[in-house]
Write a protein that binds this ligand. Sequence first.
Ligand SMILES: Nc1ncnc2c1ncn2[C@@H]1O[C@H](COP(=O)(O)OP(=O)(O)OP(=O)(O)O)[C@@H](O)[C@H]1O
Ligand code: NI
Length: 316
Amino acid sequence: MQPIIEISNLTISFHGDEYCLTAIEELTLSIFKGETLAIIGESGSGKSVLGQAILSILPESAEIQGIINYREKNLLMASDSELESIRGGLIGWVPQNPKMGFNPSMKMWKQIAESMIIHTDSSWSEAKRQAISLLERFKVLPADQWADAYPVSYSGGMLQRAMVAMGTSVNPDVIIADEPTKGVDLLNKSGITDLFLEMKNRGITQILITHDLDFARELADRVAVLYCGQIVEITSKEIFFTHPRHPYSHGLLQSLPQNGLCPIPGNAPPMHIVHTGCRFKDRCSDSKKECKNPVPFFSMNKDYVRCFNYHNRDQS
Ligand SMILES: Nc1ncnc2c1ncn2[C@@H]1O[C@H](COP(=O)(O)OP(=O)(O)OP(=O)(O)O)[C@@H](O)[C@H]1O
Ligand code: NI
């Protein structure tokens, strides 16, 4: 299988007057054509920063090292005009907060149509027609009336669906969605899950950044677990949900209500400190002396895990 996005040794730091933190460290990850990859991890682990880095929409204050290849082109070296045609065209983006994602003074249809005007040869009237049919597909009904409304009159669930409509309006190659089910009630959540299932069935590559393990279980082919700026495990959905390897992945599953609601004790270490050894060691019930040393990212078949337990036990 050919990777569509290949990230190598990505490190992202933010430097301010009073702080310097590394939000992503030495991250290496391939995303394959047509797959749905869920990126999961606690708040502050670097999920959104990673999504924004792929889109090249991080603020100027971010210092970025490494390579992010999209179809073998390094996005970190791409020109503004190349990035413009990729963003919203080839790589669609559904941002974390739909309330912030819209221009409050522009009618909804125009916001959705805009990227079709930029990225295709559509006329405004054709783009409007398509925007209405997208709203219809994403169950913002009656679509012709809501198309003429402003975002402020939309409910949270409708905004979320309209955001997906906007992020996917030009049939992108890859969709990156940041917490698409956050703050959405159960009924709307199943609608959003269906939208992503439909895109998955159409063969669109999806990167789903989420806290929501049930959502990941419904959609993902593979799961990448981010902890304190590092990927600690990459594996298939089946392995992740049945016998995850990293103790942090195990802890995330144990904290689900259906598994007894046992939260992981303690908190992730702050990101502005220099870390030595395993970042999870102080919260891990299985930590040993060697965990004070830097932990390599062990590979096992197509999977990866950053834990000494697997160095010794499972080198298939
Ligand atoms: N523009 C920025 N300037 C400085 N620090 C930032 C910036 N954006 C993110 N960070 C920091 O980078 C770290 C990772 O943030 P990020 O938003 O990626 O976390 P997350 O995993 O998406 O969390 P959540 O689940 O809460 O959305 C955090 O410590 C955050 O404070
Ligand atoms: Ni986030």
